[in-house]
Design a protein around this ligand. Structure first.
Ligand SMILES: Nc1ncnc2c1ncn2[C@@H]1O[C@H](COP(=O)(O)OP(=O)(O)OP(=O)(O)O)[C@@H](O)[C@H]1O
Ligand SMILES: [Mg+2]
Length: 294
């Protein structure tokens, strides 16, 4: 069965998408892991990091995006169904074992979802609150269930912030990684995420275990960065922090323009080398976390 791993931090711009696509590509290319990227963000950055806007437009036209799956999972009768197996875009970037479930710029916010949920509640003669909680608990689990066995790892790229879909994705996850920049505001994002997870664990049986924090750098390291790292180490413990750090490297940002992760686009760049190192550490840390050996 595939492990569902959230790449998540409430803070924006900390490297979630870049880590998701590069880790996915390294795991598929170097370790022949069967990997699925799930793009949960309406900015569709993960999707556009691995395919051209033209390919994405075709997928959208064929309704092969997460929006259709979310829609039909909440209200089956509203849509002609698209099976998740058919929605998946296969062999991304010509890697045989790398697939993606594309995001959608119209993936719902809480307001639109609340309309859908209230239609469902009326048709089932259930209370709105009961239906909302059921959707939050089961939505992403149900979307992913039919394909769970086809992958070794499913990496979910989270948007910043928090909504019913992200909560449902956290509830569907076995594991999570937190990309973090060593600055005080990124640490606030980590704190918000941990308190959200604590709430979900109490009320809704979230079981996601932390694989580790992954540092991404913005350039020169400073005393402030060191202090922040010390704080995070005290809070999370060193086994929960990846030794591999992702350096600032312009090739990483440039690769997006070629619709390829940097590990494929400029494999000898410092950024690509760091991601190539991150993959075996991820495999090792994942195994230890699953066995409860940290
Ligand atoms: N190691 C790096 N070196 C240089 N640029 C980077 C690096 N990592 C990420 N970037 C760039 O920084 C920006 C933010 O990174 P990214 O999109 O991965 O963050 P994010 O956490 O997914 O953001 P959001 O919260 O908006 O989804 C992007 O333009 C990306 O190309
Ligand atoms: Mg992103």
């Amino acid at each position: 069965m595939g492990y569902v791993v959230s790449i998540v931090n409430m803070k924006g711009g900390v490297g979630k998408t870049t880590i998701t696509v590069n880790l996915a590509a390294s795991l598929a290319r170097d370790y022949k892991k069967r990997v699925l990227i799930v793009d949960l963000d309406t900015q569709v950055n993960a999707t556009l990091s691995v395919m051209s806007p033209l390919d994405f437009a075709k997928l959208k036209q064929e309704r092969r995006t997460l929006k259709t799956l979310v829609n039909q999972t909440i209200n089956a009768e509203l849509e002609t169904p698209v099976a998740v197996q058919d929605a998946v875009y296969r062999q991304v970037c010509e890697l045989e074992t790398l697939d993606i479930l594309a995001g959608d710029v119209e993936l719902y916010d809480d307001y639109v979802l609340s309309e859908l949920i209230s239609t469902k509640a009326r048709s089932r003669q259930q209370s709105y609150e009961q239906t909302w909680n059921r959707v939050e608990n089961h939505l992403m689990r149900m979307v992913l269930k039919p394909i769970l066995r086809q992958y070794d790892v499913i990496l979910i790229d989270f948007p910043p912030g928090d909504n019913i879909i992200t909560r449902s994705a956290l509830l569907a996850s076995h594991l999570y990684c937190i990309p973090v920049r060593a600055d005080p505001l990124a640490v606030v994002g980590v704190g918000l995420l941990e308190s959200r997870l604590k709430q979900l664990r109490e009320v809704e049986r979230a079981k996601a275990k932390l694989v580790g924090l992954i540092y991404t750098s913005r350039g020169q390291s400073s005393n402030m960065e060191l202090r922040v790292k010390q704080r995070l180490e005290t809070e999370f413990g060193s086994p929960n922090i990846f030794a591999t750090e992702i350096p600032y490297n312009v090739e990483v940002a440039k690769a997006v323009d070629d619709f390829k992760p940097v590990v494929l686009n400029a494999p000898h760049s410092p950024g690509a080398k760091a991601f190539a190192k991150l993959a075996p550490e991820f495999i090792q840390k994942l195994a230890k976390t699953v066995r409860g050996q940290k």
